[in-house]
Design a protein around this ligand. Structure first.
Ligand SMILES: Nc1ncnc2c1ncn2[C@@H]1O[C@H](COP(=O)(O)OP(=O)(O)OP(=O)(O)O)[C@@H](O)[C@H]1O
Length: 579
């Protein structure tokens, strides 16, 4: 709860003023029935118009006070709750941005979206309800109870029978509601994850004609959410009629006994009318409390899910880094006895005892069967993941000693799954260098063989990209992503299978440009085609998480069985590789 104080503190005035202003409504609600009874008992019974007008004017005064207090209180409650949730959402988003790749692996995107939107919304609602009702409901309860007992203690005893019964009922409702709301939020998660995946990959779905399958999957998730919502709502549904029944039975009892008292001359008509209003108020206040608790039980389920995100231990930080001011200056990369495993599968290492050195300016080709650990290996250089054992050193310093910013500023990585963002091509390229001039942007695009096709677009570098870069081809997207990485002017450049969609002639031109313009940059090129790496200074051949061959193309061809296998299988197919 400590952390939530920070969300209250900036809006403390609204948090305090809201409930206090609502007390004016309580004052009015308690005073008005009494005044009404005075009008009936004294004004009407004695035909005293002056008295009726005086009390009536006071009643109007109270009503105006209630209006002002109600509007002010509700406004403060809305302002406080909306601001509270906006700040909470901001911190949640900030936390997610700090997540390491491993942390991200632990949550589905859909679940994070639900937590940032729907769960925060639930908390916002309970905060608003609480501010409006936290003083009002108990105030009305106590005030009306006192008034009822002072007016007629014997008759008020009826309510003492009803309150414990209702309290037990409300308790049971809440006990049942909490687990059901938790399950319901999980069902929302599932639905959101499914929708998010289906929408992001709509093109693949269409090309495989899997719309029916996706619709069925959606239908299942949707039905589950419907069922779980109904299961949770059933609890809410019984609450209101249960309370209304209790109220009606109580009223009947009060009118029955009260009526007898009037007939017996021990009670005035006006008092019975006020009394029934107080009884309604007592039960209404209990209903309000029940509603707050019900919403609170839903919000607690959401709060738990929000806390799961806020409490995540960011497992990859640079807090312990001893050389935070150090920047990558040469691009020397060394792997010393490196082993690595993903998240929960730490003991199932996907990399075993990796040792090699890449000298500044060298080109290192990495080749191997799919799943052999190529991506896992290069991800350790910019610390997207941390090694399980051993050390990765850049310029002779363990990567964990650098600040993440300086390390990643020095390393540019073009991921296997290339992503562009909505905005112009220039906006996208500027990710690599915010201050870059148009000339520098064009030079980087030129090296990546992208300038040609970009300038052929009517709007050139000002062409708007669709979300994810949908309006360029796969190969064009890859080239733009390479250009974006080049603009960083990195000391280490990693291309993870990032020319797979580029034709071999263009790819050769890109490699040629690298040779001339990136002489001092250490380049790691993961590729499926031997042709993409054969000119590399050093080629690492990976198999089942191990380096099974290391050397130049000629050396490997002479000595490495795994390399020979890849070489001859590709040669047989295309004849494009050369010895
Ligand atoms: N985020 C992840 N969480 C858990 N396991 C993973 C993750 N990413 C990869 N793996 C596993 O690690 C192993 C190595 O995967 P990696 O992506 O490094 O292989 P790769 O050689 O790059 O494959 P490809 O050529 O298909 O891209 C595989 O067994 C894969 O299942």
């Amino acid at each position: 709860m400590e952390r939530y104080r920070n969300y209250i503190r900036p809006y403390l005035a609204a948090f305090i003023a809201g409930p206090i202003l609502m007390l004016t409504e309580v004052a009015g609600e308690i005073a008005l029935p009494k005044m009404m009874s005075l009008i009936i008992n004294n004004g009407v019974a004695n035909h005293d118009v002056g008295y009726i007008l005086r009390i009536g004017a006071a009643m109007i005064g109270f009503a105006m006070l209630m209006l002002l207090g109600g509007v002010g209180g509700t406004f403060c409650a809305a302002k406080a709750s909306v601001s509270f949730s906006a700040d909470l959402r901001k911190d949640l988003f900030h936390k997610v941005q700090q997540f390491s790749f491993k942390n991200i692996d632990d949550f589905s995107t859909g679940s994070l979206v639900t937590r940032l939107t729907n769960d925060v919304q639930q908390v916002q609602m309970v905060v608003r309800m609480a501010l409006v009702m936290m003083f009002r409901a108990p105030g009305m309860f106590v005030g009306a109870l006192i008034m009822a007992f002072t007016m007629n203690a014997r008759l008020a005893l009826v309510i003492l029978v009803v309150i414990p019964l209702l309290s037990v009922g409300i308790g049971l409702v809440l006990k049942t509601a909490f687990p059901r709301f938790t399950v319901m939020q999980k069902a929302i998660d599932q639905l959101n994850s499914g929708v998010q995946e289906a929408l992001t990959n709509v093109r693949v779905i269409k090309s495989f004609v899997r719309e029916d399958f996706e619709e069925q999957k959606f239908e299942e998730n949707n039905k589950r959410l419907k069922d779980m919502s109904l299961r949770a709502m059933n609890v809410v549904i019984v609450t209101m009629p249960m309370m209304t029944l209790a109220m009606n039975v109580t009223m009947l009892a009060v009118v029955w006994y009260g009526g007898n008292m009037i007939i017996g001359g021990t009670m005035q008509v006006g008092d019975l009318s006020a009394f029934t209003t107080y009884i309604v108020q007592i039960l209404m206040s209990l209903m309000m409390l029940a509603m707050i608790f019900l919403q609170a039980s839903r919000a607690m389920a959401s709060l738990k899910r929000i806390n799961e995100v806020l409490d995540v231990d960011i497992d990859l930080t640079d807090e312990e880094a001893k050389q935070k001011d150090l920047t990558v200056s040469r691009g020397l990369v060394e792997f010393r006895n490196v082993s690595f495993g993903y998240g929960k599968r730490q003991n199932e290492a996907v990399l075993h005892d990796i040792n090699f050195t890449a000298k500044p300016g060298q080109t290192i080709g990495i080749i191997g069967s799919t799943g052999s650990g190529k991506t896992s290996l290069v991800q350790l250089i910019p610390r997207l993941y941390d090694v399980t054992a051993g050390q990765v050193l850049v310029d002779g310093v363990d990567v964990r000693e650098y600040s993440l910013k300086h390390l990643r500023d020095g390393v540019a990585m073009v991921l296997q799954k290339n992503v562009l963002f909505s905005g112009t091509i220039e906006d996208n390229l500027r990710w690599g260098g915010e201050e870059a001039t148009r000339e520098e942007i064009r030079a980087a695009a030129d090296s990546a063989q992208a300038d040609g096709f970009v300038t052929s677009f009517a709007k050139g570098y000002d062409t708007e990209m669709g979300q994810g870069g949908v309006n360029v081809s796969g190969g064009q997207k890859q080239r733009l992503c390479i250009a974006r990485a080049l603009l960083k002017q990195p000391k280490i450049l990693i291309l993870d299978d990032s020319t797979s969609a580029v034709d071999t002639a263009t790819e050769a031109k890109i490699r040629e440009c690298f040779r001339t313009t990136l002489k001092d940059t250490t380049k790691f090129i993961i590729a499926q085609r031997i042709g993409s790496v054969e000119e590399a200074d050093q080629i690492l051949v990976m198999d089942e998480g191990q380096i099974v061959g290391m050397g130049s193309h000629r050396e490997l061809l002479a000595s490495c069985e795994a390399y020979q296998e890849i070489y001859y299988s590709q040669k047989d197919r295309s004849g494009e590789v050369s010895a």
